[in-house]
Design a protein around this ligand. Structure first.
Ligand SMILES: [Zn+2]
Length: 296
């Protein structure tokens, strides 16, 4: 589909102040290894999972704000291969969420559509990582406050948990390590996995930068074996965001720690998905810094 690829690349470059109306029949089908970049010859060091529909403003909350995704795409575009996810199926959602919860979200069609696409983005990031290439899901709505039967905090479906359950259900992994460096505790992720064998959940909470990075290291050194590292990457703990703690370079250090431990412990398998992060002025450079550490 060369015309469509060209159109997407063009849309991306000129997209900052434009709304993104897309007709229902225009909803793109899944294109594995679909490139948005204008440089198809050059191999990029990792995959970024993104879809134009993530520009849509689906609610009035800060995760859905206009300009938020644009800030990150502007920082990453051209440096990484962008590939498009397809929406998660109801069956994928049901591995984590109850019927009543899914039906509740379905009453808001746009939220349901984008929630499913975000979950599909996390699944594609996990699958790409499992196959040996690091990946980042540049997705919204976020997911770590979504529990099996409820949600809050700008979240609807638990993207990371849906991705992990899919890998487990396919018999590809037994256990994931979840590193959640968002400012907020991922209660949804914890409610989903509880004390099960499926996931080890860590949420560093140290009050200064140095101890926070040490806590990240300690989490990754968990004596329990794991088969992949999934990062709930929220950037709202930055010095110029709500948490007021981490410097931009700290995200690179976190990404490097994840890479090193993935190489030592789980054949390099690692992926991240976007959670929070609300200051558009620093969000792009923070995500870029994290990916510089995480990439090969
Ligand atoms: Zn948060």
């Amino acid at each position: 589909m060369p015309t469509r690829i060209g159109a997407l690349a063009g849309d991306l470059i000129g997209s900052v102040d434009e709304p993104h109306p897309i007709e229902a029949q225009d909803f793109p089908r899944f294109q594995p290894r679909h490139r948005f970049t204008d440089d198809p010859e050059k191999e990029k060091p990792m995959k970024v999972i993104f879809h134009q529909r993530f520009y849509d403003v689906y609610t009035a909350d800060p995760a859905a704000a206009r300009g938020r995704m644009e800030a990150m795409v502007n920082a990453l575009e051209g440096k990484y291969d962008f590939i498009e996810p397809e929406p998660a199926s109801e069956r994928d959602l049901e591995r984590v969420h109850g019927r009543a919860h899914i039906q509740q979200i379905q009453r808001e069609p746009l939220v349901y559509e984008l929630g499913g696409l975000a979950a599909g983005g996390a699944m594609l990031a996990a699958e790409t990582a499992f196959e040996g290439e690091p990946a980042f899901g540049l997705i919204r709505p976020p997911g770590h406050h979504a529990s099996p039967h409820s949600c809050w905090g700008f979240c609807y479906f638990n993207n990371v948990a849906i991705a992990i359950r899919k890998l487990i259900s396919d018999g590809k992994i037994n256990r994931a390590l979840v590193l959640d460096f968002d400012l907020h505790y991922g209660d949804g992720t914890v409610n989903i996995f509880g004390d099960s064998e499926e996931a080890l959940y860590f949420h560093p909470e140290a009050g200064n930068r140095r101890d926070f990075l040490k806590e990240v290291e300690r989490s990754l050194q968990s004596p329990t074996p794991y088969d992949i590292i999934a990062v709930s990457a929220g950037f709202d703990r930055h010095q110029e965001d709500w948490g007021g703690l981490l410097a931009t370079e700290d995200y690179r250090a976190i990404g490097e720690s994840v890479k090193e431990h993935a190489r030592l412990r789980c054949q390099g398998r690692r992926f991240g998905v976007l959670e929070g992060g609300y200051n558009h002025a620093v969000l792009g450079s923070n995500v870029e810094s994290f990916l510089e550490g995480l990439r090969d």
